[in-house]
Design a protein around this ligand. Structure first.
Ligand SMILES: C[S@@+](CC[C@H](N)C(=O)[O-])C[C@H]1O[C@@H](n2cnc3c(N)ncnc32)[C@H](O)[C@@H]1O
Length: 261
């Protein structure tokens, strides 16, 4: 039976083989795709590397949600060159996976066309690209054919913790990150079995999440954070949270399983 180490070695071997194949076939004349994390919203929470790459980019790509303005683009707006080519990926917000997959297919094809011409492409991603980030769908489609570099960013989770003045996890404490769209029963079981909890993608799921936290008697230790680090930021005890929440909101709670005081 393969052990985790053996699996890792096989995967590493595959990646190296692909890289060597690319080098021998001359495909390294293709451009590089950069998946760049932008942080949670405030432009000065972007890394220096991200800012440097965006400034120099001749081709920029980013997702937009259902025709709305791109949050990722708004974070980087001041750094984007006026004559940069922009590849926009309009990703529909639907429960079915197929429409979003089609948008990522089309986006990957447009990015591949630029890479084939030897142009580097900088893909803008709010927060960190590999933490619930849309960049992973492009990584899955393009990383076997092209050189891809991922630039990590400050996640919304660490930003919300900082703005709420709420340490995430101490010593041996477990941190559980949950998506708000989970059904109420699944959320209840996971929050009940957890120590320190972050619930993301709150938006229209706020009433359900509130109900679960209330049922578990945890409302008093829960905090609501909306649009962290932006001018419109809201940080409130969950009991005082508004009735409706935007997509960029989060609920955090800790049961104090391993107090740091
Ligand atoms: C698709 S995930 C993207 C996460 C992102 N890649 C990251 O590293 O934080 C979107 C969710 O992140 C959270 N989020 C992103 N930015 C936020 C912000 N500025 N304030 C509060 N929550 C935020 C919200 O829960 C939102 O529904």
């Amino acid at each position: 039976m393969a052990t985790a180490d053996a699996c890792d070695t096989v995967e590493l071997g595959k990646t190296m083989t692909m890289r060597l194949r690319r080098e021998f076939s001359g495909q390294d004349e293709a451009g590089v795709l950069y998946g760049v994390g932008l942080g949670p919203g405030a432009p000065d929470l972007m890394t220096l590397r991200a800012a440097r790459l965006i400034k120099a980019a001749r081709v920029i790509a980013y997702p937009t949600l259902a025709g709305a303005d791109s949050f990722a683009r708004s974070i980087a707006a001041d750094l984007i060159s006026a004559d940069a080519q922009e590849i926009m990926m309009d990703v529909p917000m639907s429960v079915e996976r197929a429409p979003a997959q089609a948008a990522y297919d089309a986006g990957a094809a447009a990015i591949a066309a630029a890479l084939d011409q030897g142009q580097d492409v900088v893909f803008l991603c709010e927060g960190d690209p590999f933490f619930y980030g849309s960049f992973m769908y492009l990584f899955a489609r393009l990383s076997e054919r092209y050189r891809v570099e991922v630039v990590p960013g400050v996640t919304s989770v660490t930003a919300c913790a900082a703005r709420a003045g709420m340490p995430l996890a101490a010593r041996n404490e477990r941190l559980t990150v949950l998506p708000g769209p989970l059904p109420a029963e699944a959320l209840r079981a996971r929050v009940d079995g957890a120590e320190s909890v972050v619930i993301m993608k709150v938006g229209r799921h706020l009433p359900k999440i509130r109900g679960v936290i209330d049922d578990l008697g945890l409302t008093d230790v829960a905090v609501y954070v909306e649009r962290a680090t932006l001018a419109e930021e809201v940080v409130l005890p969950l009991s005082q949270a508004p009735v409706t929440a935007p997509y960029n909101s989060m609920i955090m709670l800790t049961k104090g399983a391993d107090p740091w005081l």
